[in-house]
Ligand binder design. Sequence first.
Ligand code: ASP
Length: 582
Amino acid sequence: MYRSHNCGELRTSQSNTEVTLSGWVQGVRDKGFMIYVDLRDRYGITQLYFDEERTEKALMEKASKLGREFVIQVKGTVIDRASKNPNIPTGEIEVLVSELNILNNSLVPPFTIEDKTDGGDDLRMKYRYLDIRRNPVKESLIFRAKVTQAVRNYLSNEDFIEVETPYLIKSTPEGARDFVVPSRMNEGEFYALPQSPQTFKQLLMVGGMDKYFQIVKCFRDEDLRADRQPEFTQIDCEMAFVEQEDILNTFEGLTRHLLKEVNGVEIEKFPRLLYDDAMRLYGNDKPDIRFGMEFGELNEVTQHKDFGVFNSAELVVGIAVPGGNSYTRKEIDKLIDWVKRPQVGALGMIYSRCNEDGSFKSSVDKFFDQDDLAKWAEVTGAKTGDLVVVLSGETNKVRAQLSALRMELAERLGLRDPKEFAPLWVIDFPLLELDEETGHYHAMHHPFTSPKPGQIELLDTRPGDVKANAYDLVLNGNEIGGGSIRIHDKATQATMLKHLGFSEEDAKAQFGFLMDAFEYGAPPHGGIAFGLDRLVAILGGQETIRDFIAFPKNNSGRDVMIDAPAPINDEQLQELHLKLDL
Ligand code: ASP
Protein backbone atom coordinates (compact mmCIF):
# COMPACT_ATOMS: atom_id res chain seq x y z
CA MET A 1 0.00 0.00 0.00
CA TYR A 2 1.59 3.24 -1.09
CA ARG A 3 -0.57 5.47 1.06
CA SER A 4 -3.29 5.48 3.69
CA HIS A 5 -4.12 9.15 3.13
CA ASN A 6 -3.32 11.81 0.56
CA CYS A 7 -1.25 14.92 1.26
CA GLY A 8 -4.21 17.25 1.64
CA GLU A 9 -6.23 15.21 4.03
CA LEU A 10 -4.84 15.07 7.55
CA ARG A 11 -6.23 17.22 10.40
CA THR A 12 -5.85 17.30 14.19
CA SER A 13 -8.69 14.79 14.44
CA GLN A 14 -6.20 12.21 13.13
CA SER A 15 -3.55 13.11 15.73
CA ASN A 16 -1.62 10.20 17.17
CA THR A 17 -2.62 7.86 14.34
CA GLU A 18 -0.16 5.99 12.16
CA VAL A 19 -0.28 6.98 8.50
CA THR A 20 1.47 6.23 5.23
CA LEU A 21 1.89 9.01 2.68
CA SER A 22 3.44 9.18 -0.79
CA GLY A 23 4.28 12.19 -2.89
CA TRP A 24 6.89 14.61 -4.18
CA VAL A 25 9.36 16.58 -2.10
CA GLN A 26 8.35 20.20 -2.49
CA GLY A 27 11.18 21.45 -0.29
CA VAL A 28 13.48 20.54 2.58
CA ARG A 29 14.40 22.78 5.50
CA ASP A 30 17.35 21.23 7.25
CA LYS A 31 18.16 22.81 10.61
CA GLY A 32 20.64 20.09 11.59
CA PHE A 33 18.84 18.80 14.66
CA MET A 34 15.42 19.09 12.99
CA ILE A 35 14.43 18.51 9.37
CA TYR A 36 11.18 19.61 7.78
CA VAL A 37 10.05 18.24 4.42
CA ASP A 38 7.01 19.47 2.52
CA LEU A 39 5.40 16.49 0.84
CA ARG A 40 3.15 17.32 -2.10
CA ASP A 41 0.58 15.52 -4.21
CA ARG A 42 -2.45 16.63 -6.21
CA TYR A 43 -4.47 17.11 -3.05
CA GLY A 44 -2.15 19.32 -1.04
CA ILE A 45 0.96 19.54 1.07
CA THR A 46 1.72 17.82 4.37
CA GLN A 47 4.69 18.72 6.52
CA LEU A 48 6.97 15.85 7.47
CA TYR A 49 9.07 16.17 10.58
CA PHE A 50 12.30 14.52 11.65
CA ASP A 51 14.08 15.43 14.90
CA GLU A 52 17.28 14.36 16.54
CA GLU A 53 15.62 13.26 19.75
CA ARG A 54 12.99 11.01 18.27
CA THR A 55 14.39 10.04 14.85
CA GLU A 56 17.08 7.43 14.32
CA LYS A 57 20.39 8.79 13.12
CA ALA A 58 20.35 6.85 9.81
CA LEU A 59 16.88 8.13 9.05
CA MET A 60 17.93 11.73 9.84
CA GLU A 61 20.78 11.31 7.40
CA LYS A 62 18.58 9.88 4.68
CA ALA A 63 16.12 12.74 5.10
CA SER A 64 18.88 15.31 4.87
CA LYS A 65 19.82 13.99 1.44
CA LEU A 66 16.36 14.41 -0.09
CA GLY A 67 16.21 16.70 -3.07
CA ARG A 68 13.40 18.68 -4.66
CA GLU A 69 10.89 16.53 -6.60
CA PHE A 70 12.17 13.22 -5.19
CA VAL A 71 9.27 10.77 -4.98
CA ILE A 72 9.07 9.30 -1.50
CA GLN A 73 6.90 7.19 0.75
CA VAL A 74 6.84 7.75 4.50
CA LYS A 75 5.29 6.08 7.49
CA GLY A 76 4.82 8.02 10.67
CA THR A 77 2.58 9.45 13.37
CA VAL A 78 0.33 12.47 13.00
CA ILE A 79 1.19 15.05 15.68
CA ASP A 80 -0.03 18.55 16.47
CA ARG A 81 2.31 21.22 15.17
CA ALA A 82 4.04 23.52 17.60
CA SER A 83 3.70 26.49 15.24
CA LYS A 84 0.60 26.18 13.09
CA ASN A 85 0.36 27.33 9.48
CA PRO A 86 -3.07 28.87 8.85
CA ASN A 87 -2.37 29.15 5.12
CA ILE A 88 -2.80 25.45 4.29
CA PRO A 89 -5.60 23.06 5.28
CA THR A 90 -3.12 20.59 6.82
CA GLY A 91 -1.36 23.41 8.71
CA GLU A 92 -2.32 22.24 12.21
CA ILE A 93 -0.53 18.90 11.99
CA GLU A 94 2.69 17.32 10.84
CA VAL A 95 3.86 13.74 10.46
CA LEU A 96 6.71 12.56 12.66
CA VAL A 97 8.41 10.14 10.31
CA SER A 98 9.51 6.66 11.37
CA GLU A 99 10.22 5.17 7.93
CA LEU A 100 11.31 6.75 4.67
CA ASN A 101 11.44 5.02 1.28
CA ILE A 102 12.82 6.81 -1.71
CA LEU A 103 10.63 5.64 -4.62
CA ASN A 104 12.46 7.68 -7.22
CA ASN A 105 15.13 10.35 -7.46
CA SER A 106 14.74 13.54 -9.44
CA LEU A 107 17.08 15.83 -11.26
CA VAL A 108 16.91 19.40 -10.07
CA PRO A 109 13.86 20.72 -11.96
CA PRO A 110 14.63 23.43 -14.56
CA PHE A 111 12.24 25.83 -12.84
CA THR A 112 10.69 26.06 -9.40
CA ILE A 113 7.48 24.12 -8.89
CA GLU A 114 5.79 27.04 -7.15
CA ASP A 115 2.67 29.08 -7.89
CA LYS A 116 4.91 31.94 -8.96
CA THR A 117 7.62 30.14 -10.86
CA ASP A 118 10.88 31.45 -12.26
CA GLY A 119 10.39 29.44 -15.48
CA GLY A 120 9.70 31.25 -18.76
CA ASP A 121 6.96 30.15 -21.18
CA ASP A 122 9.20 28.07 -23.46
CA LEU A 123 10.84 26.18 -20.64
CA ARG A 124 7.53 25.41 -19.00
CA MET A 125 6.13 24.13 -22.33
CA LYS A 126 9.15 21.89 -22.81
CA TYR A 127 8.70 20.39 -19.35
CA ARG A 128 4.93 20.56 -19.33
CA TYR A 129 4.68 17.55 -17.00
CA LEU A 130 6.53 19.58 -14.38
CA ASP A 131 4.41 22.63 -15.06
CA ILE A 132 1.31 20.51 -14.48
CA ARG A 133 2.60 19.87 -10.93
CA ARG A 134 2.22 23.61 -10.25
CA ASN A 135 -1.06 24.70 -8.66
CA PRO A 136 -2.17 27.22 -11.33
CA VAL A 137 -1.95 24.65 -14.15
CA LYS A 138 -3.19 21.75 -12.04
CA GLU A 139 -6.18 23.78 -10.83
CA SER A 140 -6.97 24.88 -14.39
CA LEU A 141 -7.08 21.29 -15.61
CA ILE A 142 -9.27 20.27 -12.69
CA PHE A 143 -11.49 23.27 -13.41
CA ARG A 144 -11.81 22.18 -17.04
CA ALA A 145 -12.86 18.70 -15.92
CA LYS A 146 -15.50 20.26 -13.69
CA VAL A 147 -16.89 22.24 -16.62
CA THR A 148 -16.98 19.25 -19.00
CA GLN A 149 -18.62 17.15 -16.27
CA ALA A 150 -21.31 19.81 -15.85
CA VAL A 151 -21.80 19.92 -19.63
CA ARG A 152 -22.25 16.15 -19.80
CA ASN A 153 -24.65 16.16 -16.86
CA TYR A 154 -26.81 18.88 -18.29
CA LEU A 155 -27.00 17.58 -21.84
CA SER A 156 -27.49 13.96 -20.76
CA ASN A 157 -30.36 15.08 -18.53
CA GLU A 158 -31.85 16.82 -21.55
CA ASP A 159 -31.73 13.50 -23.45
CA PHE A 160 -28.75 14.29 -25.66
CA ILE A 161 -26.78 11.26 -26.84
CA GLU A 162 -22.99 11.48 -26.94
CA VAL A 163 -21.84 10.11 -30.28
CA GLU A 164 -18.27 9.96 -31.58
CA THR A 165 -17.64 10.97 -35.19
CA PRO A 166 -14.53 10.05 -37.18
CA TYR A 167 -11.31 12.06 -37.34
CA LEU A 168 -10.13 10.69 -40.67
CA ILE A 169 -12.58 12.33 -43.02
CA LYS A 170 -12.88 14.51 -46.08
CA SER A 171 -12.57 18.28 -45.99
CA THR A 172 -15.25 20.17 -44.01
CA PRO A 173 -15.79 23.76 -45.02
CA GLU A 174 -15.44 25.82 -41.86
CA GLY A 175 -13.36 28.40 -43.62
CA ALA A 176 -9.85 27.33 -42.65
CA ARG A 177 -7.24 25.14 -44.27
CA ASP A 178 -7.41 21.41 -43.57
CA PHE A 179 -4.77 19.31 -41.90
CA VAL A 180 -4.35 16.33 -44.18
CA VAL A 181 -3.24 12.75 -43.55
CA PRO A 182 -1.88 10.65 -46.42
CA SER A 183 -3.49 7.24 -46.84
CA ARG A 184 -1.02 4.36 -47.19
CA MET A 185 -3.65 1.95 -48.41
CA ASN A 186 -5.14 4.33 -50.95
CA GLU A 187 -2.21 5.61 -53.00
CA GLY A 188 -2.11 9.32 -53.59
CA GLU A 189 -5.21 9.96 -51.52
CA PHE A 190 -5.59 11.94 -48.35
CA TYR A 191 -7.89 12.21 -45.41
CA ALA A 192 -8.58 15.58 -43.91
CA LEU A 193 -8.91 16.06 -40.16
CA PRO A 194 -12.30 17.58 -39.30
CA GLN A 195 -12.48 21.34 -38.84
CA SER A 196 -15.68 20.35 -37.03
CA PRO A 197 -18.03 17.34 -37.16
CA GLN A 198 -20.56 19.54 -39.00
CA THR A 199 -21.69 17.20 -41.77
CA PHE A 200 -21.61 14.14 -39.52
CA LYS A 201 -23.85 15.68 -36.92
CA GLN A 202 -26.30 16.61 -39.65
CA LEU A 203 -26.19 13.02 -40.90
CA LEU A 204 -26.90 11.85 -37.32
CA MET A 205 -30.09 13.92 -37.49
CA VAL A 206 -30.99 12.25 -40.79
CA GLY A 207 -30.23 9.02 -38.92
CA GLY A 208 -32.87 9.88 -36.33
CA MET A 209 -30.61 10.42 -33.28
CA ASP A 210 -32.70 13.51 -32.53
CA LYS A 211 -30.35 15.12 -29.98
CA TYR A 212 -26.59 14.71 -30.30
CA PHE A 213 -23.61 16.13 -28.51
CA GLN A 214 -19.91 15.45 -28.43
CA ILE A 215 -16.93 16.98 -26.68
CA VAL A 216 -14.64 16.75 -29.63
CA LYS A 217 -11.28 17.81 -31.04
CA CYS A 218 -11.37 19.97 -34.17
CA PHE A 219 -8.41 20.84 -36.37
CA ARG A 220 -7.85 24.02 -38.36
CA ASP A 221 -4.64 24.88 -40.12
CA GLU A 222 -4.80 28.63 -39.66
CA ASP A 223 -2.06 31.15 -39.22
CA LEU A 224 -1.86 31.17 -35.48
CA ARG A 225 -3.03 34.35 -33.90
CA ALA A 226 -2.20 34.84 -30.27
CA ASP A 227 -3.98 32.37 -28.04
CA ARG A 228 -5.26 30.13 -30.84
CA GLN A 229 -4.52 26.44 -31.05
CA PRO A 230 -4.40 24.37 -34.26
CA GLU A 231 -6.32 21.66 -32.44
CA PHE A 232 -9.02 22.76 -30.09
CA THR A 233 -12.09 21.32 -28.43
CA GLN A 234 -15.74 21.97 -29.18
CA ILE A 235 -18.91 21.07 -27.35
CA ASP A 236 -20.66 20.14 -30.57
CA CYS A 237 -24.45 19.79 -30.57
CA GLU A 238 -27.31 19.18 -32.98
CA MET A 239 -31.08 18.76 -32.59
CA ALA A 240 -33.85 17.66 -34.95
CA PHE A 241 -37.33 19.17 -35.30
CA VAL A 242 -36.23 22.49 -33.87
CA GLU A 243 -36.51 26.15 -34.71
CA GLN A 244 -34.00 28.81 -33.75
CA GLU A 245 -35.97 29.56 -30.58
CA ASP A 246 -35.64 25.95 -29.37
CA ILE A 247 -31.89 26.00 -29.83
CA LEU A 248 -31.45 29.35 -28.11
CA ASN A 249 -33.49 28.20 -25.13
CA THR A 250 -31.72 24.86 -24.79
CA PHE A 251 -28.21 26.29 -24.92
CA GLU A 252 -29.02 29.32 -22.86
CA GLY A 253 -30.09 26.69 -20.34
CA LEU A 254 -26.73 24.94 -20.65
CA THR A 255 -24.80 28.19 -20.24
CA ARG A 256 -26.90 29.24 -17.28
CA HIS A 257 -26.31 25.82 -15.71
CA LEU A 258 -22.53 26.16 -16.14
CA LEU A 259 -22.45 29.68 -14.69
CA LYS A 260 -24.41 28.47 -11.69
CA GLU A 261 -22.60 25.15 -11.13
CA VAL A 262 -19.11 26.40 -11.81
CA ASN A 263 -19.22 30.05 -10.79
CA GLY A 264 -22.24 30.25 -8.50
CA VAL A 265 -23.62 33.04 -10.67
CA GLU A 266 -27.31 33.20 -11.54
CA ILE A 267 -28.27 35.04 -14.68
CA GLU A 268 -31.80 35.72 -15.86
CA LYS A 269 -32.73 35.71 -19.52
CA PHE A 270 -29.82 36.49 -21.86
CA PRO A 271 -30.33 39.65 -23.91
CA ARG A 272 -30.55 39.24 -27.68
CA LEU A 273 -29.08 41.66 -30.14
CA LEU A 274 -29.51 41.73 -33.88
CA TYR A 275 -26.23 41.45 -35.75
CA ASP A 276 -26.90 44.81 -37.43
CA ASP A 277 -27.47 46.46 -34.05
CA ALA A 278 -24.35 44.87 -32.57
CA MET A 279 -22.33 46.36 -35.41
CA ARG A 280 -24.02 49.76 -35.08
CA LEU A 281 -23.77 49.99 -31.28
CA TYR A 282 -20.45 48.26 -30.64
CA GLY A 283 -18.78 47.96 -34.05
CA ASN A 284 -18.40 44.29 -33.31
CA ASP A 285 -20.40 41.07 -33.56
CA LYS A 286 -19.17 39.91 -30.16
CA PRO A 287 -19.71 42.93 -27.97
CA ASP A 288 -18.59 43.10 -24.37
CA ILE A 289 -21.70 44.41 -22.62
CA ARG A 290 -20.28 44.43 -19.11
CA PHE A 291 -20.01 48.19 -19.63
CA GLY A 292 -21.81 50.79 -21.76
CA MET A 293 -19.81 53.15 -23.97
CA GLU A 294 -22.17 52.46 -26.87
CA PHE A 295 -21.42 54.06 -30.21
CA GLY A 296 -23.22 57.25 -31.17
CA GLU A 297 -23.40 57.91 -34.92
CA LEU A 298 -22.67 61.56 -35.53
CA ASN A 299 -23.06 62.05 -39.30
CA GLU A 300 -26.23 64.08 -38.91
CA VAL A 301 -24.81 66.42 -36.33
CA THR A 302 -21.38 66.88 -37.89
CA GLN A 303 -21.76 67.01 -41.64
CA HIS A 304 -23.24 70.51 -41.94
CA LYS A 305 -20.00 72.40 -41.27
CA ASP A 306 -16.81 72.94 -43.24
CA PHE A 307 -14.87 70.13 -41.63
CA GLY A 308 -13.81 68.15 -44.68
CA VAL A 309 -12.60 65.09 -42.81
CA PHE A 310 -16.10 64.42 -41.48
CA ASN A 311 -17.95 65.58 -44.59
CA SER A 312 -16.14 63.08 -46.79
CA ALA A 313 -16.57 60.20 -44.33
CA GLU A 314 -19.09 57.42 -44.78
CA LEU A 315 -19.41 57.18 -40.99
CA VAL A 316 -18.63 59.61 -38.18
CA VAL A 317 -18.99 57.83 -34.87
CA GLY A 318 -18.04 58.46 -31.26
CA ILE A 319 -18.15 57.11 -27.73
CA ALA A 320 -18.20 58.78 -24.34
CA VAL A 321 -15.25 57.89 -22.12
CA PRO A 322 -16.49 58.01 -18.52
CA GLY A 323 -14.43 60.52 -16.53
CA GLY A 324 -12.25 61.08 -19.59
CA ASN A 325 -12.18 64.85 -19.19
CA SER A 326 -9.53 64.31 -16.54
CA TYR A 327 -7.07 63.12 -19.23
CA THR A 328 -4.24 65.54 -19.78
CA ARG A 329 -3.40 66.77 -23.25
CA LYS A 330 -0.44 64.41 -23.22
CA GLU A 331 -2.63 61.43 -22.32
CA ILE A 332 -5.03 62.25 -25.13
CA ASP A 333 -2.12 62.56 -27.57
CA LYS A 334 -0.99 59.09 -26.49
CA LEU A 335 -4.50 57.79 -27.16
CA ILE A 336 -4.35 59.33 -30.63
CA ASP A 337 -1.03 57.56 -31.21
CA TRP A 338 -2.67 54.35 -30.01
CA VAL A 339 -5.48 54.51 -32.60
CA LYS A 340 -2.96 55.38 -35.31
CA ARG A 341 -0.91 52.24 -34.69
CA PRO A 342 -1.03 49.95 -37.73
CA GLN A 343 -2.88 47.29 -35.69
CA VAL A 344 -5.79 49.73 -35.29
CA GLY A 345 -5.22 51.85 -38.36
CA ALA A 346 -7.21 55.05 -37.71
CA LEU A 347 -5.96 58.20 -39.42
CA GLY A 348 -6.65 60.34 -36.40
CA MET A 349 -9.05 61.01 -33.55
CA ILE A 350 -11.17 64.04 -32.74
CA TYR A 351 -12.23 64.70 -29.17
CA SER A 352 -14.45 66.96 -27.15
CA ARG A 353 -14.09 67.54 -23.42
CA CYS A 354 -17.29 67.80 -21.36
CA ASN A 355 -16.25 70.36 -18.76
CA GLU A 356 -17.66 70.50 -15.24
CA ASP A 357 -19.27 73.89 -15.95
CA GLY A 358 -21.30 72.41 -18.81
CA SER A 359 -19.14 73.89 -21.55
CA PHE A 360 -17.23 71.87 -24.16
CA LYS A 361 -13.69 72.13 -25.47
CA SER A 362 -12.90 70.19 -28.62
CA SER A 363 -9.93 69.65 -30.89
CA VAL A 364 -12.05 71.11 -33.73
CA ASP A 365 -13.41 74.26 -32.07
CA LYS A 366 -12.67 76.11 -35.30
CA PHE A 367 -15.47 74.19 -37.02
CA PHE A 368 -17.95 73.31 -34.30
CA ASP A 369 -19.62 75.57 -31.73
CA GLN A 370 -20.95 74.76 -28.25
CA ASP A 371 -24.38 73.76 -29.62
CA ASP A 372 -22.77 71.29 -32.01
CA LEU A 373 -20.65 69.79 -29.28
CA ALA A 374 -23.65 69.55 -26.96
CA LYS A 375 -25.26 67.35 -29.62
CA TRP A 376 -22.16 65.13 -29.77
CA ALA A 377 -22.48 64.65 -26.03
CA GLU A 378 -26.20 63.92 -26.32
CA VAL A 379 -25.79 61.35 -29.10
CA THR A 380 -22.93 59.51 -27.36
CA GLY A 381 -24.55 59.79 -23.92
CA ALA A 382 -21.62 61.79 -22.49
CA LYS A 383 -22.04 63.50 -19.13
CA THR A 384 -20.05 66.32 -17.56
CA GLY A 385 -16.58 65.05 -16.78
CA ASP A 386 -16.57 62.69 -19.77
CA LEU A 387 -14.57 62.85 -22.97
CA VAL A 388 -16.19 62.27 -26.36
CA VAL A 389 -13.81 60.61 -28.82
CA VAL A 390 -14.72 60.49 -32.49
CA LEU A 391 -13.41 58.50 -35.45
CA SER A 392 -14.49 58.80 -39.06
CA GLY A 393 -14.01 57.05 -42.37
CA GLU A 394 -15.30 53.99 -44.19
CA THR A 395 -18.06 52.33 -42.12
CA ASN A 396 -16.63 48.84 -41.59
CA LYS A 397 -13.11 50.05 -40.90
CA VAL A 398 -14.18 52.82 -38.55
CA ARG A 399 -16.42 50.49 -36.59
CA ALA A 400 -13.57 48.04 -36.10
CA GLN A 401 -11.23 50.86 -35.04
CA LEU A 402 -13.64 52.38 -32.54
CA SER A 403 -14.47 48.94 -31.21
CA ALA A 404 -10.76 48.33 -30.54
CA LEU A 405 -10.52 51.71 -28.82
CA ARG A 406 -13.64 51.02 -26.74
CA MET A 407 -12.18 47.74 -25.48
CA GLU A 408 -8.79 49.30 -24.76
CA LEU A 409 -10.32 52.18 -22.80
CA ALA A 410 -12.59 49.81 -20.87
CA GLU A 411 -9.55 47.74 -19.96
CA ARG A 412 -7.68 50.82 -18.76
CA LEU A 413 -10.73 52.00 -16.81
CA GLY A 414 -11.04 48.60 -15.11
CA LEU A 415 -14.49 47.98 -16.59
CA ARG A 416 -13.72 44.41 -17.68
CA ASP A 417 -14.09 42.56 -14.40
CA PRO A 418 -13.34 38.85 -14.99
CA LYS A 419 -15.65 37.94 -12.10
CA GLU A 420 -18.62 39.54 -13.86
CA PHE A 421 -20.43 37.60 -16.58
CA ALA A 422 -22.48 39.25 -19.30
CA PRO A 423 -23.72 36.73 -21.87
CA LEU A 424 -25.88 37.62 -24.85
CA TRP A 425 -27.12 36.18 -28.11
CA VAL A 426 -26.26 37.89 -31.36
CA ILE A 427 -28.82 36.77 -33.95
CA ASP A 428 -29.76 37.27 -37.59
CA PHE A 429 -26.27 37.16 -39.02
CA PRO A 430 -25.87 37.79 -42.74
CA LEU A 431 -25.83 34.57 -44.74
CA LEU A 432 -22.94 35.66 -46.90
CA GLU A 433 -19.88 37.79 -46.48
CA LEU A 434 -18.01 39.61 -49.24
CA ASP A 435 -14.36 38.69 -49.51
CA GLU A 436 -12.82 42.11 -50.21
CA GLU A 437 -9.78 40.55 -51.90
CA THR A 438 -11.48 38.19 -54.34
CA GLY A 439 -14.78 40.08 -54.67
CA HIS A 440 -16.60 36.78 -54.07
CA TYR A 441 -19.20 36.01 -51.45
CA HIS A 442 -18.59 33.16 -49.05
CA ALA A 443 -20.72 31.67 -46.31
CA MET A 444 -20.39 33.74 -43.16
CA HIS A 445 -21.07 30.68 -40.99
CA HIS A 446 -20.85 27.65 -43.29
CA PRO A 447 -22.63 26.51 -46.48
CA PHE A 448 -25.23 24.45 -44.58
CA THR A 449 -26.79 27.43 -42.80
CA SER A 450 -30.32 28.23 -43.91
CA PRO A 451 -31.39 31.67 -45.05
CA LYS A 452 -34.30 33.34 -43.25
CA PRO A 453 -37.62 32.21 -44.69
CA GLY A 454 -38.51 33.97 -47.92
CA GLN A 455 -35.06 35.45 -48.44
CA ILE A 456 -33.56 32.91 -50.77
CA GLU A 457 -34.85 34.90 -53.77
CA LEU A 458 -32.67 37.82 -52.67
CA LEU A 459 -29.57 35.69 -53.30
CA ASP A 460 -29.61 36.69 -56.96
CA THR A 461 -30.15 40.40 -56.52
CA ARG A 462 -28.81 41.51 -53.12
CA PRO A 463 -26.74 38.60 -51.77
CA GLY A 464 -25.15 40.73 -49.05
CA ASP A 465 -28.56 41.54 -47.55
CA VAL A 466 -29.75 37.96 -47.07
CA LYS A 467 -30.02 37.15 -43.37
CA ALA A 468 -29.41 33.68 -41.97
CA ASN A 469 -30.95 31.62 -39.19
CA ALA A 470 -27.59 31.90 -37.50
CA TYR A 471 -26.68 32.93 -33.97
CA ASP A 472 -23.67 33.38 -31.75
CA LEU A 473 -23.46 33.17 -28.01
CA VAL A 474 -21.20 35.90 -26.71
CA LEU A 475 -19.67 36.12 -23.25
CA ASN A 476 -17.62 39.08 -22.05
CA GLY A 477 -16.55 40.11 -25.53
CA ASN A 478 -15.80 36.60 -26.77
CA GLU A 479 -17.72 34.40 -29.14
CA ILE A 480 -18.12 31.25 -27.08
CA GLY A 481 -20.58 29.48 -29.36
CA GLY A 482 -22.13 29.70 -32.77
CA GLY A 483 -24.57 27.76 -34.86
CA SER A 484 -27.53 27.83 -37.17
CA ILE A 485 -30.69 26.20 -38.38
CA ARG A 486 -29.60 24.11 -41.36
CA ILE A 487 -30.78 23.67 -44.85
CA HIS A 488 -32.46 20.24 -45.00
CA ASP A 489 -33.52 19.88 -48.61
CA LYS A 490 -31.40 19.10 -51.60
CA ALA A 491 -32.68 21.88 -53.85
CA THR A 492 -31.94 24.69 -51.39
CA GLN A 493 -28.57 23.19 -50.57
CA ALA A 494 -27.73 23.03 -54.27
CA THR A 495 -28.80 26.68 -54.76
CA MET A 496 -26.68 27.75 -51.84
CA LEU A 497 -23.60 25.92 -53.12
CA LYS A 498 -24.12 27.42 -56.57
CA HIS A 499 -24.13 30.92 -55.06
CA LEU A 500 -20.95 30.11 -53.22
CA GLY A 501 -19.31 29.42 -56.55
CA PHE A 502 -19.34 25.62 -56.56
CA SER A 503 -19.87 24.03 -59.95
CA GLU A 504 -22.40 21.21 -59.98
CA GLU A 505 -19.57 18.64 -60.23
CA ASP A 506 -17.60 20.20 -57.38
CA ALA A 507 -20.69 20.35 -55.20
CA LYS A 508 -21.41 16.70 -55.92
CA ALA A 509 -17.82 15.61 -55.36
CA GLN A 510 -17.52 17.43 -52.05
CA PHE A 511 -21.00 17.28 -50.56
CA GLY A 512 -22.79 14.67 -52.62
CA PHE A 513 -23.10 12.39 -49.59
CA LEU A 514 -24.99 15.07 -47.66
CA MET A 515 -27.27 16.01 -50.53
CA ASP A 516 -27.98 12.35 -51.18
CA ALA A 517 -28.92 11.94 -47.53
CA PHE A 518 -31.31 14.88 -47.82
CA GLU A 519 -33.27 12.80 -50.35
CA TYR A 520 -34.11 10.17 -47.75
CA GLY A 521 -36.29 12.14 -45.38
CA ALA A 522 -34.01 14.63 -43.62
CA PRO A 523 -35.78 16.24 -40.66
CA PRO A 524 -35.57 20.00 -40.05
CA HIS A 525 -32.58 20.42 -37.79
CA GLY A 526 -30.14 22.89 -36.30
CA GLY A 527 -27.34 23.11 -33.79
CA ILE A 528 -24.50 24.94 -32.22
CA ALA A 529 -20.89 24.41 -31.19
CA PHE A 530 -19.14 25.97 -28.21
CA GLY A 531 -15.41 26.56 -28.12
CA LEU A 532 -14.64 24.69 -24.94
CA ASP A 533 -11.10 25.98 -24.34
CA ARG A 534 -12.15 29.62 -24.45
CA LEU A 535 -15.35 28.98 -22.49
CA VAL A 536 -13.41 27.30 -19.70
CA ALA A 537 -10.84 30.11 -19.62
CA ILE A 538 -13.54 32.79 -19.34
CA LEU A 539 -15.43 30.92 -16.64
CA GLY A 540 -12.08 30.52 -14.90
CA GLY A 541 -11.57 34.30 -15.10
CA GLN A 542 -8.47 34.01 -17.32
CA GLU A 543 -7.49 35.73 -20.55
CA THR A 544 -5.48 32.89 -22.09
CA ILE A 545 -6.56 29.36 -22.91
CA ARG A 546 -3.16 27.70 -22.64
CA ASP A 547 -3.24 26.75 -18.98
CA PHE A 548 -6.56 25.02 -19.50
CA ILE A 549 -5.08 22.66 -22.10
CA ALA A 550 -2.94 19.84 -20.77
CA PHE A 551 -0.47 19.78 -23.66
CA PRO A 552 -0.83 22.95 -25.75
CA LYS A 553 1.07 23.95 -28.86
CA ASN A 554 3.20 27.08 -28.95
CA ASN A 555 2.61 30.08 -31.23
CA SER A 556 4.24 28.34 -34.18
CA GLY A 557 1.98 25.33 -33.78
CA ARG A 558 4.78 23.23 -32.28
CA ASP A 559 4.67 20.86 -29.37
CA VAL A 560 8.10 21.64 -27.96
CA MET A 561 7.89 18.85 -25.41
CA ILE A 562 7.60 15.96 -27.87
CA ASP A 563 9.15 18.05 -30.66
CA ALA A 564 6.35 17.83 -33.20
CA PRO A 565 5.89 18.25 -36.08
CA ALA A 566 8.98 16.31 -37.14
CA PRO A 567 10.32 14.80 -40.38
CA ILE A 568 9.46 11.18 -41.15
CA ASN A 569 11.99 8.73 -42.55
CA ASP A 570 12.39 7.73 -46.21
CA GLU A 571 10.75 4.37 -45.67
CA GLN A 572 7.63 5.97 -44.28
CA LEU A 573 7.59 8.47 -47.13
CA GLN A 574 7.87 5.66 -49.65
CA GLU A 575 5.10 3.68 -48.05
CA LEU A 576 2.89 6.73 -48.33
CA HIS A 577 3.98 7.32 -51.94
CA LEU A 578 5.22 10.78 -51.03
CA LYS A 579 8.21 12.71 -52.39
CA LEU A 580 9.31 15.88 -50.67
CA ASP A 581 9.97 18.97 -52.73
CA LEU A 582 11.41 21.45 -50.24
N1 ASP B 1 -19.73 23.59 -37.07
C1 ASP B 1 -19.95 24.94 -36.64
C2 ASP B 1 -18.61 25.55 -36.19
O1 ASP B 1 -17.66 24.82 -35.93
C3 ASP B 1 -20.91 25.07 -35.53
C4 ASP B 1 -22.32 24.77 -35.92
O2 ASP B 1 -22.80 25.31 -36.91
O3 ASP B 1 -22.95 24.01 -35.18
O4 ASP B 1 -18.51 26.74 -36.04
